[in-house]
Design a protein around this ligand. Structure first.
Ligand SMILES: C[S@@+](CC[C@H](N)C(=O)[O-])C[C@H]1O[C@@H](n2cnc3c(N)ncnc32)[C@H](O)[C@@H]1O
Length: 201
């Protein structure tokens, strides 16, 4: 099957892999990709976002720390007849090299709930902001000049450290939000600011 329109995208799911949800779609709507750009998606899950970017002409590398997500992204790319440049196991940037026009991560962003086992799909550390802060600090050195970052977070985790980290190295291009009974989720698009010295050491 050849993908003719992005709305025709077919995604196979798996109980061990995060299924596309409201955050996936909030982020997808925000992402602006130019043809030929080099895009890295961290935490690709089913591959939905990576496939969307490749459909729009980007050279996409998709990584996940869950081997089942890596396999599923590969399968979904094949089902939709979309070529991803690379699909790799990687703990954030552990297996990633090079510089990117944009880096995308819909990360685990919820605070840990006592008594529940840790799940890489949604646990963002004790308070919920740890993975995002680490991601923003590390992304900076993998971005081309004026490279962009796209990510999601939730008001169930504190936003202060996230905003402080953004302020150190990025400017917000756009921020969107969606509110539910129990939570507001946010999607951010950022641009890396030029610094005379590295803002994150
Ligand atoms: C909320 S899900 C998002 C999945 C998919 N991108 C989407 O939007 O539907 C978070 C994903 O990040 C992955 N992940 C969590 N921590 C990671 C890390 N340190 N490095 C790479 N992937 C990670 C999880 O395995 C999961 O697939």
């Amino acid at each position: 099957m050849t993908l003719e329109r992005i709305s025709d995208i077919v995604i196979e799911e798996n109980k061990d892999v995060y299924s596309p949800d409201e955050d996936t779609f909030l982020l997808l709507d925000l992402i602006q990709i130019d043809e030929g750009e080099d895009i890295l998606e961290i935490g690709c899950g089913t591959g939905m976002i990576s496939i969307h970017c490749a459909y729009h002409g980007a050279n996409v590398t998709a990584v996940d720390v869950n081997e089942k997500a890596v396999e599923l992204t590969s399968k979904n790319a094949e089902i939709n007849d979309i070529d991803l440049k690379d699909i790799l196991f990687s703990d954030m940037f552990s297996e990633v090299q090079g510089m990117w026009d944009a880096i995308i991560f819909n990360p685990p962003y919820l605070p840990k709930v006592e008594g529940y086992p840790m799940d890489v799909r949604w646990d963002g550390g004790i308070d919920g902001d740890e993975t995002i802060v680490k991601f923003l600090e590390r992304s900076y050195s993998y971005l081309c000049p004026e490279g962009r970052v796209y990510f999601c977070c939730s008001d169930l985790a504190p936003l202060t450290r996230i905003y402080n980290t953004i302020d150190m190295g990025y400017e917000i291009i756009e921020q969107r939000e969606k509110t539910f009974d129990f939570e507001t989720i946010y999607a951010f698009s950022l641009i890396a600011m030029n610094h005379s010295s590295a803002p994150f050491i």
